[in-house]
Design a protein around this ligand. Structure first.
Ligand code: NAP
Length: 419
């Protein structure tokens, strides 16, 4: 006889063993997944009852009638282990001090959240560092401490990512790690697949395992190039990936390794960036040397251009919420999110819209505007293939983080204001 019952949530021995050993307790989905929690004894009793009384061919749901989040399910047993001891005489129930007198001399208290930014000199990384840097006091009442070691200080041997991750976590003891290190040159990844796998997959995997051990949150970035471009509507997180390039495939491997490690994490898939200090199309369109020149831009690929400053603002605001008690909405669960402006366009149509907006806002004299010309990128012989369509749908990000992302065209005005 085969007996099949369906239970939902169990608080198992693994949780208790982790907890008693003083190790981080795995909290899948950031602890916010709601389950019906069932005591093992109740499940066993149900199995016995089914064995004794049920008719063959039937199926049974066994429920605990205790619906709560994983987080609450852990707080309950912790509560149960608590030993009440009468407080020593003279000890108050609440101790807190008004420190305004000393604070007027020392400033805000020490940062309570240590953020380790890896790759803080790349396009996205430097925008995140700029936003955290002088503005970090305003970001979370001064409670964020940003550590952004230079590449030399990181001394990363790409062949030994686990050793690097262990060393970094031990040295900087971060609460949050923001990983912007990547081999992001799509054609270079095709030429150097081993380096691509080391930096885009093995390194995030090692960072995630170290985060799971230490309890830190890992924030990581992936790409729209995990998709093959066959869809003609913005891609959602549950659309099947199908990378066309080594870059896309290694970034997808990195995503999966992070999810498997069981650490607290947010993976943000982002798409086309502009507005960075390096390889910046928007700066090129504005610069005096481009006046009257013809600039050729691809017109046969569609995606969503994003000002790097806008994405940096979103990321830093997400981190800041970690230290703002009672922030609404509550912290989004660990997982994969598409962080992008809405809509889709080609680089050529983006260039036309950008120049038009720059002239309208007085950032560019019409007489000095470059001439734009579209061309079919597919005719170029390049080592790596790009998806013909790769816009990302940010709806899950918006609803989970309580944000509203602009349309790519509306974001140009914001970008121009900040460049
Ligand atoms: N750019 C885009 O349009 C785009 C689109 C979609 C997704 N993404 C994703 O977004 C993230 C950030 O991209 P990005 O454009 O900002 O990348 P990026 O400009 O190429 O920056 C990469 C960073 O990684 C660092 N790095 C590379 N190899 C290293 C090594 N061996 N040791 C230490 N540091 C190393 C670089 O250091 P140095 O500065 O010293 O070279 C740089 O700071 C990546 O995960 C990327 O896949 C980017």
């Amino acid at each position: 006889m085969i007996l099949v019952t369906g239970g939902c949530g169990f608080i198992g021995a693994r949780f208790v063993l982790h907890w008693l050993a003083g190790e981080p307790v795995p909290l899948y989905g950031g602890g916010f997944a709601v389950r019906d929690w069932l005591h093992v004894d109740d499940h066993v009793a149900a199995l016995v009852a089914v064995l004794e009384h049920a008719a063959p061919g039937q199926s049974y749901h066994v429920a605990g009638h205790q619906t709560m989040t994983r987080l609450a399910s852990i707080e309950r047993p912790v509560e149960a282990f608590r030993v009440e001891t009468r407080d020593r005489p003279g000890h108050d129930r609440r101790q807190a001090m008004d420190d305004s007198k000393v604070r007027s001399r020392t400033g805000a208290p020490r940062a309570s959240l240590r953020v380790l930014l890896l790759g803080g000199h790349g396009r996205l990384g430097s925008a995140i560092a700029a936003r955290f840097g002088p503005q970090s006091r305003a970001l979370a009442d001064g409670r964020i401490e940003l550590l952004a070691p230079a590449r030399r200080e990181l001394a990363l041997d790409p062949k030994a990512p686990a050793e690097a991750a262990t060393r970094w976590y031990a040295r900087w003891r971060p609460d949050v790690v923001v990983n912007c290190i990547a081999l992001s040159d799509v054609d270079r990844c095709a030429r150097e697949p081993v380096s691509a796998a080391q930096l885009n997959a093995a390194l995030p995997a090692a960072l995630a395992r170290a985060a799971a051990r230490s309890g830190a949150r890992l924030i990581h970035f992936s790409t729209d190039y995990v998709f093959d471009g066959a869809l003609r509507r913005p891609y959602r997180e549950d659309d099947a990936p199908g990378p066309l390039s080594v870059y896309g495939a290694t970034k997808l491997d990195g995503e999966r390794a992070i999810a498997d490690a069981g650490c607290r994490h947010w993976i943000f898939r982002i798409s086309w960036l502009y507005g960075a200090a390096q390889s910046n199309l928007s700066a090129m369109l504005l610069e005096p040397a481009s006046a009257g020149r013809t600039i050729r831009l691809a017109s046969d690929r569609l995606g969503a251009p994003n000002p790097v400053q806008l994405l940096a603002q979103e990321v830093t605001d997400c981190v800041a919420r970690d230290v703002l008690p009672g922030a609404a909405p509550p912290l989004a669960p660990s997982g994969l999110y598409h962080l992008s402006c809405h809509g889709a366009t080609s680089w050529y149509d983006f260039g036309v819209a950008f120049v038009r907006e720059a002239i309208r806002t007085g950032r560019l004299a019409a007489a000095r505007a470059p001439k734009l010309e579209g061309f079919a990128e597919a005719t170029l012989a390049r080592p790596a293939q790009r998806p013909a369509y790769s816009a990302l749908d940010p709806s899950r990000y918006e609803s989970s983080f309580g944000r509203v992302m602009p349309h790519w065209e509306a974001a140009i005005a914001t970008a121009l204001g900040r460049q």
